[in-house]
Design a protein around this ligand. Sequence first.
Ligand code: NAG
Ligand code: NAG
Ligand code: NAG
Ligand code: NAG
Ligand code: NAG
Length: 324
Amino acid sequence: MKLKMMKLCSIFFLLTGAAAAPSVIYPFTSTCAVQGSTVTLPCSFTPLTFIQDDGGRKVQLQVVRVVWCKNHEICQGETPSVYDSKSPQKPGFKYLGDMKSNCTLQISDVQKQHNSTFRFRMEVNFTKGHFTNKTGVNLTVIESTQMRINSSQTEAALPRGHTLKLHCTSLCTFHQLKVKWYRNAHALPESGPALQLSSLTPEDSGNYTCALSTNEKTKSLPYRLKVEEQKGSSAGQSLFLILGVVFGLILILIFPLIVFIIIKRKRAAEDSKGEQGVTEQKISEVEPSGDGNDVQYASVQFNHRRQNRRVEEEAVIYSSVVRG
Ligand SMILES: *[C@@H]1O[C@H](CO)[C@@H](O)[C@H](O)[C@H]1NC(C)=O
Ligand SMILES: *[C@@H]1O[C@H](CO)[C@@H](O)[C@H](O)[C@H]1NC(C)=O
Ligand SMILES: *[C@@H]1O[C@H](CO)[C@@H](O)[C@H](O)[C@H]1NC(C)=O
Ligand SMILES: *[C@@H]1O[C@H](CO)[C@@H](O)[C@H](O)[C@H]1NC(C)=O
Ligand SMILES: *[C@@H]1O[C@H](CO)[C@@H](O)[C@H](O)[C@H]1NC(C)=O
């Protein structure tokens, strides 16, 4: 019970303790913009929610004013501002945040005079609760820049199927980089700072360039990519190897077949010699008897013999029958 109370107390203390320190966070404390472009300064804040007044009473706080100014340490009072929730909007500056936690500022058509440090200030309904984070965001404005392409591959000629990643960078360190990519001066659909080309085909070959989407003048020098068909020495060697194996197999299969055929032919030739002898013998056997049945028997015998000699045999039979 006592422990639980202590825990509750410490949680309460932590909560009030956290609330006692307002904060403003600039995720990027320095950013870069090319003249004429639009830049966003991301920002988030946590205001005080309670404060103890001089009489020791707890006062609930509310954000009553948010301000962005440039080149001023704390931005208080009548300091010239670029945005003030209590004043009319200034051209070129747009507050994308709110009165609770988001203090993002957008600057369009960036000019040389914007090359400075921007700071955000929040004011609540109690003077002690006002807060400015002096760190600020340094905005560097450059007249123009030439983007550069960095490649994940050192070789500009790659075989088909490989993957290539191109990065569009600049001397200026940009965040939220929006770029346009081109191949042979034709715009590609990709818009991120990195262009990934996977399963390369020869159609991917060409001259690649990139530029900030807000400024064509920043176009990079071309990166020349050549995708080669899978030929090369190793491919040629493997083709030879395959051909060799196939040829070898054919030889191994065909050689015995040829030998077999030759042997068969030889035997067949020997057989047919013997056959002819038999035929002559049979015919000579048939001849003297002159019996029709014998002739029929002979022809049946002949029909079992080689087909290609049939015509000849039939002629013999015919003649023998006629003679018979
Ligand atoms: C001021 O801003 C910097 C940069 O975002 C941050 O690191 C720091 O914590 C902030 N300080 C306060 C008190 O908000
Ligand atoms: C603040 O607002 C901007 C613009 O609406 C938005 O892009 C950004 O994500 C917001 N930031 C946070 C921390 O919610
Ligand atoms: C403004 O530009 C100058 C160079 O012209 C540079 O040295 C300086 O750091 C820039 N200021 C800020 C706050 O970025
Ligand atoms: C911003 O610029 C000021 C002066 O121009 C410099 O003192 C400070 O270190 C810079 N901050 C960052 C984060 O570059
Ligand atoms: C790419 O650029 C080179 C010179 O840098 C040029 O010779 C070649 O024709 C270009 N290729 C295409 C497809 O435009």
